[in-house]
Design a protein around this ligand. Structure first.
Ligand SMILES: NC(=O)C1=CN([C@@H]2O[C@H](COP(=O)(O)OP(=O)(O)OC[C@H]3O[C@@H](n4cnc5c(N)ncnc54)[C@H](O)[C@@H]3O)[C@@H](O)[C@H]2O)C=CC1
Ligand SMILES: O=P(O)(O)OC[C@H]1O[C@](O)(CO)[C@@H](O)[C@@H]1O
Length: 382
């Protein structure tokens, strides 16, 4: 088996790429970070520090790398059996044209072996969104062939992998938590279902995507935003602050009530899932900055993402949402000199004020009660 993985970053090296290589799959990374590409091609391996009760270092072997903007990507797509991505939601549209060219070459070369593409991004059905972008870039004469031979498989990816503070300045070293969960939609594969240890196959993906995105990521983001407001630099410090913890736990429970209603989750099991996540946020072995988790606040305040989607669910089922409201208000106060979206958010708030800025970013009705509640919380924080 051969695989091409776009995005040799934290999750790419620390989780998805590691699972593929450990399964004996011949793995090539595609990235744009030349230092990472050169190091991968020079060494063909890299260390993963799995931190927890017992820290261990696992060496990922038999990997190489190509530049994501090169023609080599096209020939790789024409030959491999699996393509995975972990580039960030906003980058998917940039890799779609290269994937389209590769699929055309695969068809023209008469390669009828099934190819499965799995986007591993913090998105709801990110691969289905990538499929639309690939088909938009692919001449219509190939579309039927793609439907017959290429699976676009949605997934839920869960492992906390902060940027590694490599003591040895190794650009490849990555530090990961022990916990990991990669769940893929088995109904979308073409050909044989691959048996990759650590990759769970399900026919009920949406329940798992929403459980992860609207529990872990919802809680994580609110921890980051309240953490910054309370002067904490790391997620651990923030979640150990009782004021922050109470609101984060409350928000995950409010979002959880929606998930329990929508997917019939067992309430006791879901409460345990929430408590396990709070423990993961406390992880003393991970150094995770609030800036990483709070990055790109416009994306995180958008309608289908971790703050607004759960709140819409509470409105749909007439469930309480005071802690989600506080979390949204805290997100609106997020600031970062390095994050263009944080600067854009601040400019929008200065120009339009909280009510209209929130409505524009989230798609919520500016005249709605929930927007009024958020504005009140936003001004109270101010
Ligand atoms: N870090 C984490 O704990 C988790 C991250 N994720 C998701 O994984 C995705 C990646 O996140 P991270 O690994 O944290 O980010 P990262 O920034 O560490 O990795 C992204 C990689 O993509 C590369 N890249 C940028 N443009 C590219 C292009 N055109 N072609 C190929 N590669 C390109 C970057 O050079 C970088 O190496 C995001 O969607 C994130 O939401 C999901 C679960 C956990
Ligand atoms: O990668 P994003 O969506 O910007 O957000 C970072 C999130 O990804 C994760 O790393 C895992 O989903 C969380 O640790 C964090 O909430």
């Amino acid at each position: 088996m051969k695989a091409l993985h776009f995005g040799a970053g934290n999750i790419g090296r620390g989780f998805i790429g590691k699972l593929l290589a450990d399964a004996g799959i011949e793995l090539t990374f595609a990235d744009v970070n030349q230092a990472v590409l050169d190091a991968l091609n020079a060494r063909k391996e890299y260390p993963v520090h799995v931190v927890g009760e017992q820290a261990l270092v696992e060496i990922v072997k038999g990997v190489d790398a190509i530049n994501s903007t090169s023609e080599e990507v096209i020939s790789k797509i024409a030959q491999v059996d699996i393509v995975t991505t972990a580039v960030g939601p906003q980058i998917l549209e940039r890799i779609a044209p290269g994937i389209a060219k590769g699929l055309a070459k695969r068809s023209d070369s008469g390669n009828s072996r099934p190819l499965n593409i799995i986007a591993c991004e913090n998105m709801v059905r990110g691969t289905s969104q990538l499929k639309v972008q690939v088909l938009n870039a692919l001449p219509a004469q190939y579309h039927d062939w793609v439907e017959a031979h290429v699976g676009f498989v949605d997934s839920a990816v869960d492992r906390i992998v902060p940027p590694s503070e490599s003591a040895s300045n190794d650009p490849l070293e990555v530090t990961v938590e022990t916990f990991s969960e990669w769940i893929v939609d088995k109904t979308q594969f073409k050909g044989q279902l691959p048996q990759i240890p650590g990759m769970e196959l399900t026919d009920n993906l949406m329940a798992f995507v929403e459980r992860k995105l609207f529990t872990l990521n919802t809680g994580h983001a609110i921890t980051a935003y309240l953490g910054q407001l309370n002067g904490h630099k790391t997620i651990r410090d923030a979640i150990l602050d009782g004021k922050v913890r109470a609101i984060v736990k409350g928000a995950m429970e409010e979002s959880g009530a929606v998930l329990i209603k929508r997917y019939g989750f067992d309430p006791a099991k879901h409460a345990a899932y929430i408590n396990k996540i709070l423990g993961r946020f406390e992880n003393p072995y991970l150094k995770d900055d609030v800036e990483r988790v709070g990055r790109q606040p416009l994306r995180k305040l958008s309608a289908g993402d971790r703050l607004i989607k759960p709140t819409l669910g509470t409105l749909e089922y007439h469930l309480p949402h005071p802690n989600l409201v506080t979390g949204i208000a805290a997100a609106m106060h997020y600031h970062s000199d390095q994050d263009p979206q944080a600067q854009e958010l601040a400019a929008l708030l200065a120009e339009k004020g909280p009510q209209d800025a929130l409505a524009q970013v989230s798609g919520l009705d500016s005249k709605s009660e929930v927007v009024a509640d958020v504005v009140k919380a936003y001004n109270a924080i101010k």
